[in-house]
Design a protein around this ligand. Sequence first.
Ligand SMILES: *[C@@H]1O[C@H](CO)[C@@H](O)[C@H](O)[C@H]1NC(C)=O
Length: 599
Amino acid sequence: MGRLELVVLGLTCCLAAVSAAKLGAVYTEGGFVEGVNKKLGLLGDSVDIFRGIPFAAPTKALENPQRHPGWQGTLKAKEFKKRCLQATITQDDTYGDEDCLYLNIWVPQGRKQVSQGLPVMVWIYGGAFLMGAGHGANFRKNYLYDGEEIATRGNVIVVTFNYRVGPLGFLSTGDANLPGNYGLRDQHMAIAWVKRNIAAFGGDPNSITIFGESAGGASVSLQTLSPYNKGLIRRAISQSGVALSPWVIQKNPLFWAKKIAEKVGCPVDNTTRMAKCLKVTDPRALTLAYKMPLAGMEYPMLHYLGFTPVIDGDFIPDDPVNLYANTADIDYIAGTNNMDGHIFASIDMPAINKDKKDVTEEDFYKLVSGLTITKGLAGARSTFDVYTKSWAQDPSQENKKKTVVDFETDILFLVPTEIALAQHRANARSAKTYTYLFSHPSRMPVYPKWVGADHADDIQYVFGKPMATPLGYRNQDRTVSKTMIAYWTNFARTGDPNMGHSAVPTHWDAYTVEKGSYLEITKKMDGSSMKQNLRTSYLRYWTLDYLMLPTVTGDGAAPAPPSGDSEAAPVPPSGDSEAAPVPPSGDSDGAQMPVVVGF
Ligand SMILES: *[C@@H]1O[C@H](CO)[C@@H](O)[C@H](O)[C@H]1NC(C)=O
């Protein structure tokens, strides 16, 4: 830094101090950045907002992120940068940019002097490792992941950032040629940048909380498990997704790498040559070479997620379940929504949302067998029996549809979260552990009345949308939102969601393996909101009875891609021993069978 710049920095500070509390230009490792100061109300409070600060150099396809070389002069950080290159929702085009590793910062300011030593909350977005952006979906400049409400209500700094997704973020040959996990390494670069630079914005580098939802929640979990983040992360919050969720780790990345290579005309028989070729292929073509099927799939949706994190022996050195010693001093909240599986169940079985359509035993058996393939016929049958126990007594369609949702909620979210909590607790030294169940019902008018909190419903409340856009919400929604922001930001500040800047409606007891205490988050919270042992009999089933069943397929079985040809469909049990669910066998590319739930 030149002398002149130092003088400029000094002047900015002093001028800011005498007029009103705002940061002005901030000196970072890359150079000066200047955001905008947004006044709030009449009391003189404000929020400093920085949009689009580079935390790494522009990316090179399928390469690890590199440090940014820095810039001359003052970088105007006033607009969100483009998202990382990804397929549009229709999957026939791309948007975003390869130059995408930017972050955004919200710093709350009081009237008198600029904030100092604030806790920092870094958000990791979800989107199946396939889509998403640090600023989130938006409607007329109202961005989903706008940090302002959390920052100003909780008196914390909020950071959001972009990371690579889809093939560009996660394609791997399963060997040193393309180790994968580029998107995870981007996330780590952002966290490390915050650690090195946030003090200049008034943040406490020793109080960094990472939080995220779905694939973002799983990413949060993976970042706490990776040795690369040692000493960087103080606390973490996983909403509806952990490293142990069955959709997170890709066990056979080469299978999917070959699919892409074939599509874009790269060699498939030699990973050295494949990698070389893929790296010089148009990144748009790589992105479009993978399509997530969204209807008419032979198997549950889970099996078609090709591009997710891998165990690369380095960033993720081992199976995540073996890495929990790395979280011994990281305070952790992990929780789920009471109908997290609803959206996935309705994709797998559209009758769920149609009052006039029925769910049948055959449909459900097919779904169950599609998600219990490693355990073959015995796994499908015992799981089917456990889940349909109530059907004889209550054969109503509502009960059956709820059962399907519970089944997917358990497999995709609840059970892996419970296992992660137990692992975290068992390995904890100084770390505290908390868990919640979010139950404020979905507001989607097209859903049946019985639908509870669907996947991703929690995000709008954490980001304070009911206050930011009051016309779209009811008072009860604002209550839920203020409650969540209070618990979340208290936790970021002290490691205890009950203590900090904001009052909370009731005490949230820490989780223990013995009691399984969890906080149920609803519009009306009091002493009865603390509950115990969420769905223990099902948890016991999955972690004991089911696990004990002999495995009939190898762990390395390849997932089947969408192939659309007439493969034998799994059939319901009919009492004769030949009625085993049949995995796909006729795929011309030599695919074996769908990968399996990780437990
Ligand atoms: C793969 O290709 C590379 C580069 O052309 C070559 O050096 C290597 O021997 C090949 N590996 C195999 C297993 O054929």
